[in-house]
Design a protein around this ligand. Structure first.
Ligand SMILES: NC(=O)c1ccc[n+]([C@@H]2O[C@H](COP(=O)([O-])OP(=O)(O)OC[C@H]3O[C@@H](n4cnc5c(N)ncnc54)[C@H](O)[C@@H]3O)[C@@H](O)[C@H]2O)c1
Length: 347
């Protein structure tokens, strides 16, 4: 069976880590039933340079007809003052594909314990997923107003928007420890009161899972004080933005964290959580783990290829535990050498 994967390498370190991700994917699925056709398209700054727009029409059309999308990273000083910036291209792509669910796994492998800003005994064993609603809430609600003396935004959620992100969270939890923490501010916000009510209703559809609720302020503290208790954390757009960035400091580098964004039924997009790292671009020192793990998330969540994904994840964690580390982790291994080690482990 053939599946089309659109590859948007993007800018900065994007093409370097994408080369790693694609090489590892090809190796991992060599003998699988599903075979991938990779189709590369310009996007972000590369889209502006090649076609005059960060999201060229051909790129969007290819994404809309893809089975999955892999994105490296976009942006950089070169395009900061462009009429349309690379970042606008990314927002336009998310909107066009209606990618409402952002999934960020946060794991701290033993090899990275010493790099965490949190004490080893607290952070050891951290392994949870933040599920963030991505296309509604206060970032999109109308009316909004910025005046000289007064400004306001509108936090608005429709129950259907809450229901679909809740279902995503429960489905993910079913493949894990079946524990969902729904984060809100239901003691103050009307949107949170509706959020909590819908969460309880969706929980009825998943009797094998446990749902608990927590206010966002105390959840923010617990992520630092006791990160190992979490399994799946589901929350609205604003809270998810902040909590997932807070959680991303636990492993001590951005270079190992993947993410996925899902739409209702259509194509999903997989990308590292970090940006294009212009400060290290072109030096062959970027950590490709974030991209490789994004590719493994794609295997899991778009193609149900859990065995192949497990092998990729294991190879990455094993390599890091053996001391094969890129510069951001205090090592000397280059991007291409790290990739070669993973390919060898998968052979
Ligand atoms: N989804 C995206 O593509 C995305 C996300 C965030 C930022 N950006 C864009 O990226 C550009 C740079 O932004 P920034 O510098 O604030 O954030 P960044 O995430 O690119 O870099 C932050 C720091 O982390 C390091 N880093 C990031 N990824 C790494 C990796 N894989 N290996 C080793 N080190 C790594 C960088 O060298 C830098 O020191 C900006 O144009 C920004 O708008 C894009």
């Amino acid at each position: 069976m053939k599946k089309k994967v659109v590859v948007l390498a993007g800018d900065g370190i994007g093409p370097e880590i994408m080369a790693s991700g694609v090489a590892v994917l090809k190796k991992a699925v060599e003998n699988a039933e599903i075979q991938f056709e990779f189709e590369a398209h310009p996007f972000g700054g590369a889209g502006i340079d090649a076609k005059g727009a960060p999201l060229p029409e051909e790129t969007l059309a290819a994404c809309q007809s893809a089975d999955a999308i892999l994105l490296g990273a976009i942006g950089g000083p070169k395009w900061e003052h462009a009429a349309q910036t690379p970042e606008q291209g990314l927002l336009a792509l998310r909107r066009a594909l209606n990618l409402f669910a952002n999934i960020r796994p946060i794991a701290v492998p033993d090899a990275l314990l010493h790099l965490s800003p949190i004490k080893e005994e607290i952070v050891k064993g951290t392994d949870f997923i933040v599920v963030r609603e991505l296309t509604s809430g206060i970032y999109f609600g109308e009316p909004r107003h910025l005046g000289a003396q007064e400004a306001y935004d509108t936090n608005r959620y429709h129950e259907e928007e809450i229901r679909r992100i809740m279902r995503q969270a429960f489905e993910i939890a079913q493949g894990r420890r079946k524990y969902i923490l729904s984060v809100d501010k239901a003691n103050v916000l009307a949107t949170s009161k509706l959020w909590r009510k819908v969460a309880e209703e969706v929980a009825q559809e998943f009797p094998d899972c446990i749902l608990e609720h927590q206010y966002v302020d105390s959840a923010a503290m617990r992520i630092i004080q006791n990160p190992t208790i979490f399994d799946v954390v589901v929350t609205e757009n604003l809270f998810g933005d902040i909590l997932s960035d807070e959680a991303s400091v636990l492993p001590g580098t951005l270079g190992v964290l993947p993410s996925a964004s899902h739409g209702e039924a259509g194509v999903s997009l997989y990308e590292p959580i970090h940006g294009s790292a212009p400060d290290i671009a072109g030096k062959n020192i970027a950590n490709p783990v974030s991209m490789i793990l994004s590719a493994s998330l794609m295997l899991r969540q778009s193609f149900d290829m859990n065995q192949e994904a497990d092998r990729i994840d294991r190879a990455c964690f094993e390599a890091m535990e053996e001391g094969v580390l890129t510069k951001d982790l205090g090592g000397e291994t280059s991007t291409t050498d790290f990739t070669a080690v993973i390919l060898e482990k998968l052979s």
